[in-house]
Each structure stands twice: as structure tokens, then as C-alpha cells.
Design a binder for this molecule. Structure first.
Ligand SMILES: NC(=O)c1ccc[n+]([C@@H]2O[C@H](COP(=O)([O-])OP(=O)(O)OC[C@H]3O[C@@H](n4cnc5c(N)ncnc54)[C@H](OP(=O)(O)O)[C@@H]3O)[C@@H](O)[C@H]2O)c1
Length: 284
């Protein structure tokens, strides 16, 4: 039986390459993206790979609660209609880096909302469908930058003294906390934090200005091709040996230690409750 996967951030970079490699493995893919023009381009490019697996797009924006809840509901109804409500793989890839402090309509900082809260909301909506799979997997793309992040409960969203790098690193730290907390709550759904390493993508050139963009363009030249992390991500999603690594931080296909504060359950549970309150979710 062919597997069914949802991939966010499918319009470019790592997400798009994950879609390509999943199709090559004959996995049916539902890709989430927000930009219609980019969707058309990706559709055309990947069309030759859709002889043996389906590629569908659901349009959705992950930058605030309302649109992310809507994206979650739209994905659920799509999977219900096309695949009888069963989902095998959820890859949370979408993310951003943001110059300057910006709030969304909920009053949340946008990097925090897109990189952390959207993962929380989407995974919440899709968990009942993952429960119907006999081999479910959830992947969340974190980053090696999380090792240099700390947690400050008085400034969790970086509303005070906003700094582009601090906001990004913290959002990626929260991804690891989420993975560890989810693994404890949903023992039958293996979940993994993925470290893709430094990868040559356009992420640092999109919502950034001046120096940040200049530094990213220099830095990314030392990164790997997108196929490098994507290959490992597809392995984690499909290979049987990863099933026992739920809650782990995985780099280049190997389980490694994450930042030592990510093993603090008190922080993980507090972030979980804080995220529930912000998103109006009761994530049992
Ligand atoms: N590149 C690296 O070195 C690196 C290292 C560590 C971790 N990562 C992580 O890898 C993930 C993928 O990043 P990438 O490097 O492949 O960069 P990318 O090409 O910019 O991919 C980011 C994706 O997220 C989507 N996205 C951003 N905001 C969104 C929103 N509000 N709603 C829906 N989709 C949204 C983007 O869509 P648009 O095209 O519409 O903007 C894009 O498809 C991110 O989570 C990033 O933090 C990257």
C-alpha cells in the first residue's frame, strides 16, 4: 500500500526537495504552500514524477493562528476525501528568518508563530489521521543554531530586545522541546527533530534586510546542496530502523544529543501549556 505524506514549506528549498524524493519513493504527497505562482512552478517541475504517485497542493499560510488552523482543517478534509482519513507522514518544514520585530494579528512575533506555533497547530489537527496509520512518523525541521539558544520565560517571544538571530535560534529550540513533549504524549506516533545542517537555500534572503541578507549570502555558500538533508529526511520518514528513535534529534541520519536544556521536562511542559493557551488548543 502506498504511503501518504504531508510536507509544509513545499514551494522551495528543503521542503520542495523532500516532495521530489518522496514522489521518487512512490509516496503520495500533499504539499502545503502559500504562493500560487510558486505552486504552479513546482507542479510543472515535478509533474514527470507523478506517474506512480500523486502530488496535490493545499494552499495555506502559516503565519498566524487563524490561517494555520484553517490550513490544518483544509488538510484534514483533503486527506479525508482522497485517502479515507489516513496519513502516514507529516513533515513540518516551513520556516522563516525575520529582520526586525513584526507581530501578527494575534499579537505573536512572526518567527515564533511561523516556526513554532504553526508546527503545534498543524500537528494537533493531523494527529487523529496519523493515529490511523500503522507506521506514522512526524518530522520537525530544527537547526544546529538551537544549540546556541537559551530559554527566558520573561521574554519567550523576544518581544523585548528583538534580535534576528536570537528569535530564529529560540524558535528552533522550541521545535526540539515540542518533539520531546509530543513523543512523551503520543507514544504510538514516532516524532523526530531534524538538523539539516547548513544548506544552500534562499531562507536568509526572504524576510531579511541589509546586513542579515549579506551575511546569509556569504554563509550559505559553505552549505550543502538541498538533496543532502532531504535524502536523510526521507530515510527517517520511511526506514523501519528509525521507529525506535521517537523524540530524538537526528543529524545526517544519526541520533545525536540536542542542547542539554531540551532534556528539561519542566521547560518542555511549560512551553506546551503556553502554546496551547496561545492557540486555543487542548492537545490531549
Ligand atoms: N537552509 C539552512 O541552512 C537551514 C538550516 C537549518 C534549518 N533550516 C530550516 O529548514 C526549513 C526549510 O528552510 P529552507 O532553508 O529550505 O528555506 P526556504 O527555501 O525559504 O523554505 C522555507 C519554506 O517555508 C515556507 N514558508 C515560510 N513562511 C511561511 C508561511 N507563513 N506560510 C506557509 N509557508 C511558509 C516558504 O514559503 P515561501 O516560498 O512562500 O516563502 C518556503 O517554502 C526551515 O524550517 C528552516 O528553519 C534551514
Amino acid at each position: 500500500m502506498q504511503k501518504i505524506a504531508i510536507v509544509t514549506g513545499a514551494s522551495s528549498g528543503i521542503g520542495k526537495t523532500n516532495v521530489e524524493l518522496l514522489l521518487k519513493e512512490r509516496v503520495h504527497v500533499i504539499a502545503l504552500a502559500r504562493n500560487l505562482e510558486k505552486i504552479e512552478t513546482v507542479k510543472k517541475e515535478l509533474e514527470p514524477l507523478t506517474k506512480h504517485a500523486n502530488l496535490d497542493f493545499v494552499v495555506g499560510d502559516l503565519s498566524d493562528n487563524k490561517s494555520t488552523h484553517q490550513a490544518g482543517k483544509d488538510l484534514v478534509s483533503f486527506v479525508n476525501k482522497k485517502y479515507q482519513g489516513k496519513l502516514d507522514i507529516l513533515m513540518n518544514v516551513a520556516g522563516r528568518v525575520t529582520s526586525g520585530y513584526h507581530e501578527n494579528e494575534d499579537g505573536n512575533e512572526v518567527t515564533f508563530a511561523t516556526n513554532h506555533l504553526s508546527v503545534f497547530i498543524l500537528t494537533y489537527h493531523l494527529t487523529p489521521l496519523l493515529k490511523k496509520s500503522d507506521d506514522p512518523r512526524v518530522l520537525v525541521v530544527s537547526s544546529l543554531s538551537h544549540y546556541r539558544a537559551s530559554i527566558n520565560w520573561k521574554n519567550i517571544q523576544n518581544k523585548k530586545f528583538y534580535n534576528i538571530l536570537k528569535a530564529y535560534k529560540r524558535s528552533k529550540l522550541y521545535n526540539v522541546f515540542f518533539v520531546k513533549a509530543y513523543a512523551k504524549r503520543f507514544k504510538d506516533i514516532p516524532i523526530f527533530a531534524i538538523d539539516p545542517g547548513l544548506v544552500k537555500t534562499e531562507i536568509g534572503g526572504k524576510n531579511t534586510t541589509g546586513l542579515a541578507r549579506f551575511v546569509w549570502n556569504l554563509r550559505k555558500s559553505g552549505g550543502t546542496d538541498v538533496y543532502y538533508p532531504s535524502k536523510f529526511m526521507v530515510d527517517v520518514a520511511l526506514k523501519p530502523e528509525y521507529k525506535t528513535f521517537s523524540g530524538h534529534y537526528i543529524k545526517e541520519g544519526k541520533s545525536i544529543k540536542s542542547n542539554k536544556i531540551t532534556y528539561n521536562d519542566e521547560h518542555a511542559n511549560k512551553l506546551w501549556s503556553y502554546s496551547e493557551a496561545l492557540t486555543s488548543i487542548d492537545f490531549k
